[in-house]
Design a protein around this ligand. Structure first.
Ligand SMILES: Cc1cc2nc3c(=O)[nH]c(=O)nc-3n(C[C@H](O)[C@H](O)[C@H](O)COP(=O)(O)O)c2cc1C
Length: 358
């Protein structure tokens, strides 16, 4: 049995060692921060903090390459190329010939997606409508374009998709966009109403509200419209508490959170490292829309930081059954706020600090 005196002596010793390690680390950082090569040495041989990220990015690239042949519900390549075609279609002035470098790849991918019978119908309809529009306007003097056109015409979409009631999924004029029902002041009130809420009523949340909030989140912008994320939702008390406790920032209040989203980014949407940060950007933009939409539905929310700590990553990856190329971006708690639950004031930075006009 270790008595309390020994325990506190051990604690003091541990703190002393931790301090010495931190001092040594700072000395090493000063040396290795000299340039990129030294920084890589530091992160390869001294500090393994980026090890999982390296692995996830590489596995993502590998999975991207495989996804071109093993198509599931969505194709990152089809989404990106369809997006590029739409940009070409709205170009002012529009060029007579464009996209010839990748139209063959796009139609091949479209054909594979149609034949897979697994890709989401709305994605296929979008690609199909944009391709129809592209081939109707592009100059047919180009051999690559002509070959792709013939192939596209032979690829049959299900008649239900072709005759869908939802209109055509192709570029349109800006004046057709709906007018927002609120002005700046109304929007500001919504922003002021959204605060990070940590204390909730013990009241169930209807799944239809969650669907509505995610539908609003899906309208957020994303790089090349790839939407490389998904929301994993929990509303069973034990599960919510378990997953919320994997994060560090929920200590003291995770036991009463009614619902929780885990936002998962998918690195298999990219063939290159240069886009490795996009999962965090796109998922965060969608999260903001999710939280604002929740607010309009009478629900409150609290974003929760996901720390890149190996033991915690292992726990959540197991619980959510994540692949190595999938990374948790953040958690978001939601539910009905406790009317007299406290909300921190959280002073925001002044506009002049945030805005640099050069
Ligand atoms: C990425 C991110 C991570 C956050 N992590 C936590 C967290 O772990 N625990 C917590 O209580 N709040 C967390 N918050 C909430 C912030 O503390 C809060 O947004 C900030 O203090 C401003 O307050 P407001 O959201 O009410 O405007 C997080 C917010 C963001 C955007």
């Amino acid at each position: 049995m270790i008595n309390s005196k020994t325990k506190s002596a051990l604690r003091v010793a541990r703190l002393g060692i931790e301090r010495q390690v931190a001092t040594l680390d700072l000395k090493l950082i000063k040396l290795f921060a000299l340039n990129g090569f030294f920084a890589s040495l530091y992160y390869s041989f001294i500090n393994p903090a980026f090890y999982r990220e390296h692995l996830s990015v590489l596995r993502g690239r590998l999975r991207y390459a495989r996804s071109l042949h093993e198509i599931k519900h969505s194709s990152a390549l089809l989404r990106r190329n369809t997006h590029r075609l739409e940009k070409g279609l709205i170009m002012q002035p529009r060029r007579a010939l464009f996209a010839s470098a990748y139209i063959g790849e796009t139609v091949d991918c479209f054909q594979d997606c149609v034949h897979s019978n697994t890709v989401d119908a709305s994605e296929l309809k979008w690609a199909s409508d944009v391709l129809v529009e592209y081939f109707s306007v592009v100059s047919d003097v180009d051999r690559k374009v002509n070959r792709a056109k013939l192939k596209f015409e032979k690829t049959k979409l299900k008649p239900t998709l072709v005759n869908s009631q939802n209109g055509e999924s192709k570029p349109y004029s800006h004046h057709r966009l709906p007018e927002p029902p609120m002005n700046y002041d109304g929007l500001l009130t919504l922003f002021k109403r959204r605060r990070s809420v940590r204390w909730y009523q013990n009241r169930p949340v209807a799944r239809t509200l969650i669907d509505q909030a995610v539908a609003a989140a899906s309208l957020a912008p994303s790089a090349c419209n790839r939407q490389p994320y998904r929301f994993v939702f929990f509303d069973e008390a034990e599960e919510v508490q378990e997953v919320a406790s994997f994060a560090m920032g929920t200590a003291g209040f995770n036991h009463q959170l009614p619902c929780l989203f885990a936002l998962v980014g998918d690195l298999s949407c990219y063939p290159k490292e240069r886009d490795r940060h996009v999962i965090y950007i796109d998922a965060s933009l969608a999260s903001m829309q999710l939280m604002l939409a929740l607010e309009t539905l009478g629900l409150s929310s609290c974003p929760i930081n996901w720390p890149d700590i190996e033991s915690r990553e292992r726990k959540i990856a197991k619980r959510l059954q994540l692949d190595v190329h999938e990374r948790v971006v953040m958690l978001i708690a939601t539910g009905y706020a406790l009317a007299d639950g406290g909300v921190p004031f959280s002073q925001k930075k002044s506009t002049h600090l945030l805005l640099n006009v050069s």
